[in-house]
Design a protein around this ligand. Structure first.
Ligand code: URP
Ligand code: ZN
Ligand code: ZN
Length: 488
């Protein structure tokens, strides 16, 4: 019996810290050996000239999720995760989304069931908390965290999802007590609704006004406020989907002051432009997401933020809605920008687009690409070293890249169910030609080989990233003033 089930020979292996040529010996679900001239495996994969990276970790994606207005997004766990697999992503962290008045426990059970039925890649959940009553935070949350759900998402905007400042403080405090990361959608709600109302009153309803209705200062203000809350309560936060140079600057300053703040951007904010929404009629709706797409200077600031460490990872924020009555046009054929579901499909193309924009373009080296798309998300959400790296003992989640294969992204259906891609027409160099999940080849020559339901839940604790720094605001310091009263 050969010692390995699969041997991948002669590839350039990339981790966040190393780049070397070697063979990989896989046994069962894990990487069993890394070296030269490994003994033969049951299956031999000749990979000279190819690059092998860890499977991508997409830590922000919306799958089979019900919006606050009752609209189901376009993807089931099966369709979203088959698309993820085709693009080289082998771990996803979608949401279990609570709506006001519902039980978080029940919501998590429902999403678990959907994922267990359909998921093709491995998954964990962030729990969206829209109704942080004491019953939820004190009774329902602790066992959910113990069951392996160690991150929450809170919204500072959206009519039916947002939490007021005091409630956000409650959520951050609960996260501190139970050891979770809080991910925050940071935009100022009042600025969005004030601007939207005035635009609509004056007859400006086309998709392009969506950009105007989310003022860039609204992101900056909310990012600053969220950082202030996190500092006050000494609990790390993750700022989701940063889009503006002002927000990057604020995070840069906070991290420079030693605050434990994490921040993400998404593929679309690095590659797409607000001008994409300027198309005639309703077409611009295909590029509508929140926060909205911005301009070239913002993109440059986001890229610099990735280069200097202000931003730690790039997610897809995959939020797919079809351009029909089931999705973007659910409120009729001529909706105002306020009536159009926000979100773009991106789970499949995140890695190929970023490989091209980071590596093939020469902007960043391969190790940084791996760090930003796999290792950092796995570390921050405490899935590392099982996920997000190539090491003996790690899950054999691997992507074989042909670095010279050029592909023009066509319009039309991909493997998800959105029915379109906002990236059509782009030519990328570098493509994932084979994908392995836990030692099993799940994509080969464009063919999906894994069954729905073969993805596995990844329970996790909050880990290092979610730990407080030990520097509570003076008012809350248990040794001083009312600290003991406020923090019991
Ligand atoms: O437009 C987006 N991003 N829709 C998904 C919801 C969110 O805020 O992440
Ligand atoms: Zn968001
Ligand atoms: Zn999102």
């Amino acid at each position: 019996m050969p010692p390995f089930d699969i041997v991948i020979r002669g590839a350039r292996i990339v981790t966040a810290s190393d780049l070397f040529v070697a063979d990989l010996g896989l046994r069962g679900e894990t990487i069993a050996a890394i070296g030269r001239d490994l003994p033969a495996g049951d299956r031999e994969i000749e990979a000279t000239g190819y690059i092998v990276t860890p499977g991508g970790v997409d830590a922000h994606c919306h799958i089979e999720q019900l919006t606050a207005t009752g609209l189901m997004n376009a993807d089931s766990f099966e369709t979203a995760t088959r698309a993820a697999a085709q693009g080289g992503t082998t771990t996803v962290v979608p949401f279990a989304a609570q709506h006001p008045g519902t039980s978080l426990e029940k919501v998590v059970a429902d999403y678990h069931e959907a994922a267990a039925r359909g998921a093709i890649v491995d998954y964990a959940f962030h729990m969206i908390v829209t109704d942080p009553r004491p019953e939820i935070l004190n009774r329902e949350l602790p066992p959910l965290v113990r069951a392996g759900h160690a991150s929450l998402k809170a919204f500072m905007t959206y009519d039916r999802l947002r939490v007021e400042d005091e409630k956000l403080l409650d959520i951050i405090w609960a996260a501190r007590r139970h050891g979770c990361m809080v991910c925050i959608h940071a935009e100022n709600h009042g600025m969005i609704s004030w601007t939207s109302r005035r635009l609509l009153e004056r007859g400006y309803k086309a998709p392009r006004y969506h950009v105007v209705s989310h003022p860039r200062l609204g992101e900056a203000e909310a990012v600053y406020r969220a950082i202030t809350f996190a500092t006050f309560l000494d609990q790390p936060i993750m700022l989701f989907h940063l889009s503006t140079r002002e927000a990057v600057e604020i995070v840069h300053r906070a991290r420079g002051e030693g605050r434990k703040i994490f921040a993400e951007t998404c593929t679309q904010y690095l590659l797409l432009d607000a001008a994409d929404l300027d198309r005639p009629g309703i077409e611009g709706a295909m590029w509508m997401c929140s926060p909205p797409l911005r301009d070239a200077e913002d993109r440059e600031a986001l890229w610099r933020g990735l280069e200097n460490g202000t931003l730690q990872l790039v997610s897809s924020d995959h939020a797919p809605y079809r351009m029909d009555e089931t999705g973007k046009l659910a409120r009729g054929p001529d909706p105002s920008f306020k009536e159009i579901a926000n979100g773009l499909p991106g789970i499949e193309l995140r890695l190929p687009l970023l490989f091209d924009a980071m590596v093939s373009s020469g902007r960043m080296d391969l190790r940084r690409f791996v760090e930003l798309t796999a290792t950092a998300p796995a570390r921050i959400y405490n899935l590392h070293p099982k996920k997000g790296t190539i090491a003996v003992g790690a899950d054999a989640d691997l992507v074989l890249w042909d670095p010279s294969l050029e592909v023009t992204i066509a319009q039309g259906p991909r493997h998800d169910n959105a029915g379109y891609t906002p990236y059509a027409g782009r030519r990328v160099r570098g493509w994932p030609v084979m994908v392995l999940r836990r030692g099993e080849v799940i994509v080969e020559k464009g063919e999906l080989r894994a069954m729905p339901g073969s993805g596995r839940f990844l329970p996790r604790t909050g880990g290092e990233a979610a730990k407080p720094t030990g520097r509570l605001a003076p008012e809350l310091d248990p040794g001083r003033n009312f600290g003991a009263v406020l923090t019991d």
